[in-house]
Design a protein around this ligand. Structure first.
Ligand code: PEP
Ligand code: MN
Length: 336
């Protein structure tokens, strides 16, 4: 950490800062400039609260050097990590495609769409049985019955299934049916839930919060990793901005930034990212071009009748075209 002292800082104030740094277990070195002095705190400063320094008398700024996340960082592991979805390695040369409806709505709906997305080239099946809805009056998901239907559709197609777990209490139940545990955007900072899935054996698909920074996403991944589960996939799904023409704003930037900062696989959900089906294929292609390791796409046989997120759901034929287009883009950047 670099602690820049104010121009008129007194020797007593500098000594107090030095004492505080040493009390935190770090070594110090003072760099004396013509206008101001700098106290360098040497050692691992990740556990130190920089704001505690910024408020000390005579301090102008306190800036940590090390990133606050450890296990998720590229420094900790330079090589890409891969997460297994049955036979597919997410984070390897193949771009993983997870597709299916926003919600499991009925057995016929789920079985029909499962076969359709498999036919189109999907590697895994999604479907929510517990839905985090903005309104308590909206469809909340089928619960355990939905999980059973999802598992049946997965078994019928041979596709691993991805579904959201909304609370630590739900985990025991969801684990019985899921192959991958999805942590939704609204729960990205539910630290109790992150610790719970961190103690689980299944891979975790961690979605970025609606108003979370990239660093906060990585800190949430750090909760899961430090609780013992190394199988974490990050998922950008659009953030809130002032833009009104789309539901969210897909942060394409997050893909190369995350790939630089972390070894964890990075996926993109263009469906929630843009929120209107017409724009989903273009954003999906952009994600592949930007280096995403996978896509999470909402597909429905009858979007106009969907119980959630129909407006952003692709019909199976549009999804099949998206897969073809993404295959072409992947070829250009040496992936498949
Ligand atoms: C979803 O995947 O259907 C979902 C609710 O996503 P998010 O948590 O990103 O809003
Ligand atoms: Mn949805």
């Amino acid at each position: 950490m670099v602690i820049v002292m104010q121009a008129g800082a007194t020797p007593a104030q500098i000594a107090a800062v030095v004492a505080r740094v040493e009390q935190d277990g770090l070594k110090t070195q003072i760099v004396r400039g013509t206008e101001r002095n700098i106290v360098c705190a040497l050692g691992d400063d990740r556990l130190v609260d920089k704001r505690a320094y910024a408020v000390l008398e005579g301090v102008e700024t306190a800036t940590p050097i090390l990133k606050p996340f450890k296990l998720a960082s590229r420094e900790a592991q330079p090589a890409d990590s891969t997460v297994h979805l049955k036979t597919l390695r997410v984070g390897g040369p193949t771009i993983a495609i997870i597709a299916g409806p926003c919600s499991v709505e009925s057995r016929p709906q789920m079985l029909e769409i499962a076969h359709a997305v498999k036919e189109a080239g999907a590697h895994a099946l999604r479907g929510g049985a517990f839905k985090p809805r903005s309104s308590p009056y909206s469809f909340q998901g089928m619960g355990e019955e939905g999980l059973m239907i999802l598992a049946e559709a997965g078994a019928a197609t041979g596709l691993p299934v991805v579904t959201e777990v909304m609370s630590a209490e739900q985990l025991v139940l969801v684990q019985k049916y899921a192959d991958v545990l999805q942590i939704g955007a609204r729960n990205m900072q539910n630290y109790e839930l992150l610790r719970a899935v961190g103690a689980a054996k299944l891979p975790v698909l961690l979605k970025r919060g609606l108003m979370s920074t990239i660093e906060e996403l990585l800190m949430s991944a750090e909760y899961i990793l430090s609780s013992g589960n190394p199988h974490v996939i990050l998922c950008e799904r659009g953030i809130r901005t002032f833009e009104k023409y789309t539901r969210n704003t897909t942060d394409i930037n997050a893909i190369p930034v995350l790939k630089h900062m972390t070894h964890l696989p990075v996926m993109l959900d263009p469906s929630h990212g843009v929120g209107q089906w017409e724009y989903v294929p273009a954003v999906a292609r952009a994600a592949v071009a930007a280096g995403a390791d996978g896509l999470l796409v909402e597909v429905h046989n009858h979007p106009d009748q969907a119980l959630s997120d129909g407006a952003q759901s692709l019909k199976p034929e549009v999804f099949a075209a998206l897969v073809k287009e993404c295959r072409a883009v992947a070829g250009i950047i040496g992936r498949n």
